[in-house]
Design a protein around this ligand. Structure first.
Ligand code: DGL
Length: 281
């Protein structure tokens, strides 16, 4: 395998990273993708930092062993602890938080809302980075949603489940959007773009910022600059690995419009009970 034909790795705690894989397929259709979703341990946003780092390192090493030429950390929660995981791979790493900040910092807005997992919210990573990076004097409001990622993960395509997603969105977002009147909202968890139609329905006209688009653009810029774009003329394939339910992942991949799915395979999750291990089986 030449450097240029090596795959791109995408990882997430669950299916949320499909929103990133979808953008990469649109922008870079010739690239092969390896996706790893840790369905056995979702939601990451409710775990403690040590556990998130150990689980993330396990996924990084899995993708490193498969010789990815770049790694997209689609999970915002893992992006918060990247300084403790980045050494587990030798390739360049792109992360969702930086992409979301890059996308929002360039906007002509005064008040930015961010919705994310509780872990990402508590890390204050979006407000800190946005305030540091934006040339404007911004107000940043952050909201940590404890159940939204899990609801989206298991409710796509299920009308009753999506009603629960809408109810949860209202509980979490009404204050920020209707009372605080933010100018835009950063979807600071990769699961949320998969429910963007519901957010648009509840809050018409609210601009949503999806870090996935920015991540795919940064990846393209990097590959072109480094001479690493895949030269093959055939469309790239997507291989999905999950520590969760293979049939559910295959279904969700179809529901979110992923294309050219080569196969969906089970991979054993990292054991969480007792002493944490990060070795691969
Ligand atoms: N998709 C993950 C993120 O972007 C979070 C979901 C979870 O809590 O596992 O933060």
């Amino acid at each position: 395998m030449s450097d240029r034909t090596r795959p791109i790795g995408v990882l997430d705690s669950g299916i949320g990273g499909f929103s990133v894989a979808r953008q990469v397929q649109r922008l870079l259709p010739e690239e092969d993708l390896l996706y790893f979703g840790d369905g056995a341990h979702i939601p990451y946003g409710n775990h403690d930092e040590e556990t998130i780092v150990a689980m993330a390192r396990y996924m990084f090493r899995f993708l490193e062993q498969r010789q990815v030429k770049a790694l997209l950390v689609a999970c915002n929660t893992i992006s918060c602890v990247l300084d403790r995981c980045g050494d587990a791979v030798s390739c360049p790493v792109f992360n969702a938080v930086q992409a979301g900040v890059d996308a929002a910092a360039g906007l002509e807005v005064d008040k930015v809302g961010v919705i994310s997992t509780v872990f990402t919210h508590n890390a204050r990573i979006y407000p800190k980075k946005l305030l540091a990076q934006s040339p404007r004097k911004l107000v940043v409001l952050s909201c940590g949603c404890s159940d939204l990622a899990r609801l989206v993960e298991h409710s796509l395509g299920d009308p009753d489940g999506m009603i629960q997603v809408e109810e949860n969105l209202r509980q979490e977002l009404d204050h920020m959007v209707l009372e605080e009147k933010v100018d835009c909202c950063v979807l600071g968890c990769t699961h949320y773009p998969l429910a963007a139609d519901r957010i648009h329905k509840l809050y018409p006209g609210l601009p949503l910022i999806d870090p996935a688009e920015e991540m795919a653009r940064s990846l393209r810029t990097y590959l072109e600059g480094a001479g690493l774009s895949n030269p093959e003329k055939r469309p790239g394939r997507l291989t999905i690995y999950t520590t969760g339910d293979v049939a559910e992942y295959a279904l969700r991949a179809r529901q979110v419009g992923l294309e050219r799915v080569d196969r969906v395979e089970f991979y054993p999750p990292m054991a969480l009970s007792g002493q944490r291990r990060e070795e691969l089986p």
